[in-house]
Design a protein. Structure first.
Length: 650
């Protein structure tokens, strides 16, 4: 496996592949800017054991050097991690990394153009190479997948891309992490995690009382580490309080866990109605706010006066109602002939109509001015309304913040954004969705107050700076001690210390921390392993991965019942694809599928006695180590180990 990148995601991904899946990994990183006196040049040079320098820069990645990887007696040695320092992922660097003979290549640079250029070069070097590319632009990603797959077929005619399990996969770390961040912000309610075409609902439930049994829903995904003091399982650290979370427990463990909350898979549906609120693609024109309430009453009064004059004119002159309305409008706009030879009643009505016309003139001018002002402010950023409450304050509108904002609005959750950069990526999205935005540095006094933090339900701090997120959380707690806080923190040890401190200072409030690279690494690693990963559900700082597997070729699934295939703490079959093998979609995450009767192809309410056949395709909920063991990519070094990869990758 070859991983190329310049930020924390590359290091976490390399650690994921090496420590969880036990793959031999080559990590390509930019050359160090500073070289010690007397040191040999490192450009294009493979340095086995250079992980110490990476460990100093990214301690949470825990990338160990081969010299320190002597396995205990009786265990297989830990695979080697090579580090190649190169100024750019050019053809020379890719060749030195062994791309020509590699099974998979991940390009996870922050710059989309760098990833695209390297992907084109890598495809020429190895048409069979499984490519995993990090791109923020989703449209570009779709076109790039088609282009690179076509290039592979041109370079090697007859190549079976389906057999390679999608030769090219484009992912976004922001898209992967956004559902988990949103789910954390709405703790205490149904947690909805969207994986493209699928809607996965997981709900955290409070611990049952004595003598009661927890309702598992469709199935129980995890037992939380929290006790009844913290029923929502808000432990933001890796340690998970006194007892860590137990992933994929069996029925006996669930029945015995009377003091721990659970994460249950409550419902999964393809046909869930869209939430109320503004859709992302909805054209928003402020028609309802063109005219103020006072102006609307004025227009209604004038319309009523014109109607009354028309009725009176019809009664006096004997004209038809339509002709009477026509004459009245001519009088109102002062374009009718004077009623000199008409009866006195008609003359009085004409004078009254002229007076109504004088009143109409300023109203029309005011309407024009208000409409102009409304259209001007339609493209401007909104300010938070005075009476707003129960909303989520979103701090940061960068790549991750923009995706989080989109998810929050899709779920119909009121949001107020805080951003210091007027040119941030999410500003345009917030303007299009008419989401209130406060421009300013969150560290300045009064910025969070302007976002109505004292009335908010949660603060979601997703800037790229850990210290900024922490400072915002502390300030928000000083304003509203019980506000729910979700912080984006990279370092796991730092997150643990922050959680413990905030728990002691505010024991009744909920605190959580999430790492974007930690949430995204499993999906990238899964794509490199050649399987389809639908998404991930965070359980505190650990992760459950949902992946699609063909039953054929897996002896631990084939010929076994649903109940027999379940391995507590490792994997569990949660859904079955009922579509015929010839009609199956190659990618379940793209769009929902349906069977011949028009019903969703994925069945989630499974019978425990159903025997899995070789032609079946299933959706698995698994820990990362469990899925690696199931696929035969390496045995877990600890018998019965759960998802301990979170401790290694933060």
């Amino acid at each position: 496996m070859v991983v190329c990148g310049d930020d924390g995601l590359a290091h976490r991904l390399a650690a994921e592949l090496r420590d969880v899946y036990e793959e031999r990994v080559t990590l390509v990183v930019p050359a160090a800017r500073e070289v010690r006196p007397g040191a040999a040049p490192v450009q294009g040079r493979t340095r086995v054991g250079a992980g110490r320098a990476l460990l100093a820069r990214f301690p949470a990645a825990r990338i160990r050097t081969p010299a320190g990887d002597r396995a205990p007696a009786g265990e297989a040695p830990v695979p080697e991690l090579r580090v190649l320092e190169a100024p750019a992922p050019d053809e020379e660097a890719l060749a030195a990394a062994g791309v020509a003979g590699a099974a998979a290549l991940a390009l996870v640079y922050e710059d989309d153009e760098t990833n695209v250029r390297a992907a084109l070069m890598a495809r020429r070097l190895n048409p069979r190479l499984r490519l995993v590319i990090r791109l923020y632009n989703r449209k570009l990603g779709q076109h790039l997948e088609e282009l690179l797959d076509q290039a592979a077929l041109v370079a090697e005619p007859g190549l079976d891309l389906r057999g390679l399990d999608s030769a090219t996969t484009v992912l976004s770390d922001a898209d992967t992490a956004a559902p988990a961040l949103v789910a954390s912000a709405v703790a205490g309610t149904s947690k909805v995690i969207q994986a493209d075409g699928l809607l996965l609902r997981a709900v955290e439930r409070t611990p049952p009382g004595r003598g009661e049994v927890a309702d598992p829903g469709l199935c129980t995904l995890a037992l939380l580490s929290a006790t009844a003091v913290d029923p929502a399982g808000a432990d933001g650290s890796e340690l998970g309080g006194d007892r860590g979370p137990q992933l994929l427990p069996d029925d006996r463990s669930v029945a015995a866990a009377t003091g721990r909350g659970i994460v249950a898979l409550e419902a999964v549906s393809h046909t869930t109605a869209a939430p109320e609120g503004r859709r992302l693609n909805q054209v928003s024109l402020p028609v309802g706010s063109l005219f103020s309430r006072r102006l609307r009453w004025s227009l209604a009064g004038i319309t009523a006066a014109v109607g009354a004059l028309a009725v009176a004119s019809s009664l006096v002159t004997g004209d038809t109602p339509l002709h009477a309305v026509y004459l009245t409008l001519l009088d109102v706009f002062a374009i009718n002939d004077p009623a000199l030879d008409q009866p006195t009643e008609r003359q009085l009505l004409q004078i009254l109509a002229g007076f109504v016309g004088l009143l109409l003139l300023p109203v029309l001018v005011a309407a024009a001015l208000e409409a102009l002002g409304a259209f001007r402010t339609a493209t401007a950023l909104r300010r938070p309304p005075r009476g707003l409450s129960g909303h989520v304050v979103l701090l940061g509108l960068g790549k991750v913040g923009a995706r989080v904002l989109a998810r929050l609005r899709e779920l119909g959750i009121p949001v107020v954004c805080v951003e210091s950069d007027p040119g941030a990526r999410g500003i345009a999205l917030a303007r299009r969705l008419h989401v209130p935005v406060v421009l300013g540095d969150v560290t300045d006094e009064g910025v969070l107050e302007a976002a109505r933090i004292h009335r908010a339900d949660a603060l979601l701090a997703v800037t790229s700076s850990d210290t900024t997120n922490l400072e915002a959380a502390l300030y928000a707690r000083s304003v509203k001690p019980d506000v729910r806080v979700v912080m984006r923190l990279y370092d796991n040890e730092f997150a643990t210390a922050v959680y413990r401190t905030l728990r002691e200072a505010h024991p009744a409030a909920l605190t959580r921390s999430r790492s974007v690279s930690h949430l995204a690494a499993p999906a990238f690693a899964g794509a490199m392993m050649g399987r389809q990963v639908l998404g991930a559900i965070p359980v505190e700082r650990r992760v459950l991965v949902f992946a699609v597997l063909e039953v054929a070729g897996h002896p631990r699934l084939e010929g076994r019942t649903i109940a027999e295939s379940f391995r507590p703490g490792a994997w569990r079959v949660v859904a079955l694809d009922t579509a015929a093998p010839a009609n199956r979609r190659p990618d379940l995450a793209r769009e929902p599928g349906y069977d011949a009767a028009g019903r969703p192809a994925l069945v989630w309410d499974l019978r425990p006695g159903y025997v899995l056949r070789p032609q079946d395709r299933v959706v698995m909920a698994a820990t990362r180590r469990g899925l690696a063991e199931l696929l035969g990519r390496g045995q877990a070094r600890t018998a019965g180990a759960g998802d301990t990869g979170a401790g290694q990758s933060g």
